[in-house]
Design a protein around this ligand. Sequence first.
Ligand code: SAH
Length: 566
Amino acid sequence: MTSSTPAIVILGQGSLATARRIQQVYPAAQIHGLAGRVEGADCTYQEFGATLRELYQQATPIIALCAAGIVIRTLAPLLLEKGAEPAVLAVAEDGSAVVPLLGGLGGVNVMAREIAAGLQVAAAITTSGELRFGTCLLNPPSGYALADLELGKRFVSDLLAGHSVRIEGAAPWLDQAQLLEDPQAQRSIHVGSAERAASANELLIYPRSVAVAVSADVADLPSVIRAALQQANVAVQALACLVAADTEMASADMREAALELNVPLRFVTAQSDIGALARVAVPEAKIIEQNGLAIVVAEQPLDIAHIGRPRGRLAVIGLGPGAAELMVPAVKAELARATDVLGYETYVRMAGPFRDDQVQHCTDNREEMQRARHAFRLAAEGRSVIVVSSGDPGVFAMAAAVLEALHESDDPAWHRVDLEILPGVSASLATAAQAGAPLGHDFCVMSLSDNLKPWSIIEKRLDLAAQADLALAFYNPISRARPWQLGRALEIVAQHRTPQTPVVLGRDIGRPGQTLRTTTLGALTPDQVDMRTMVLIGSSTTCTFARAGGGEWVYTPRWYGEKPIS
Ligand code: SAH
């Protein structure tokens, strides 16, 4: 997935102030600080080289506050590979110099100028076309597409050699450019949506001014769309979006067609026929009906945000225990794209910081079903909604509530929402990892909360799980409203385990002030545990040994009974 929000990468504390000034230019950009060297960055990284290369490969624009040479050497191995080249800039730590390095077509010079303006210095622009014309002719603004990059490069070098040029069609962004214009010129910049043969004397730019209204009934949509555009003499590069009836929102064929054509999909209320659908989507444009499709050709690039609405999305995400390093990348990407974030206030805060355009809907921890329904209402409007859980959303958290709300609903708009559950590192796993491998063999996960299930069921499960010699992981072990349950649970377990059985208590694991304790079943009392604690109880084979540096390792061997000969 590509992302256009830049990452600001810093190596030392001295760069943080400059990084914050750059962040004012790009409020959504996160500051990545080297662990152990930078305090107060938005997130930390362990290794500079690996981090920079990963960002580059994800096509994330990079603003690195360090020597240009370091950035060049770090990315050098990747430069011969083909693929998207994001903008990469080096900025002097004190903000005195801004050097665009890579990504001429990714708008690096535009960024260099923006950052330089923010820092009140001059950008070190070295691109000759850019210097001469004041703009990169090969990087038209959004809403326009360059037909052919290689031909374009030749064209620009011709202009640099002194050839004059004429402009055909509307190219308002070139008004400021310093071009040698001549109505009689041999070379031209042509802007238009009609299909046109490539020519070395022409810089061909397509406005994305065409929408195609489609129906999922049509088989092999991409080919049919291409053929219809060709018949109508419209260039496929001029296609801005596909439009369909909202009743077809969940159609996989439609989604794949849009993906293949690399354009967004927009939805409007279902109409009597495809022509009417096109008219509702883009009023006052020319419509050509063909092969069951309707092609809408506008004069100007289409403003997609104002055509119908997108398919809404609802992602139920797990933040992991708390530390940013333990959050899966898919969740990070989801947080960046969300328009609305719902959840228990503590977790929403943990998921932040958010941009000003992202709406936070914080609710009390107990209002799960209302929160799930609220999420569907927002997503059905076309918004991109996140419901936040800590750990994993499927472990005593929001995923089941969200599915329950959907199961109960007969609103087709809710069922058409693009629903996805994104996993996280659950508290039992994060705690176990810090202790060693106490859950290294079969184990049983239980919530000791009797809010939503009868205590008798809990007792029965505890008894059977303990009897089955499973290692145990207790979530929600105790709370002010449930003071006695943990004591009773431990009594049941003690009927099947020796007092020497290792126990791990992890509190606020992965969060500031975390504590990890190892004790035994015999020594464990409920007052050592609170609602922010994870309780892991070993099986009959769980053992411990001293760790160099203090404390001990706890693990449950992979084998059972006699150790196998290895
Ligand atoms: N979905 C979460 C669990 C929510 S239930 C997950 O997968 O982790 C809440 C319980 O989880 C708490 O009462 C506590 O027992 C445990 N828990 C959650 N986060 C924790 C953390 N960082 N450290 C220790 N225990 C935690």
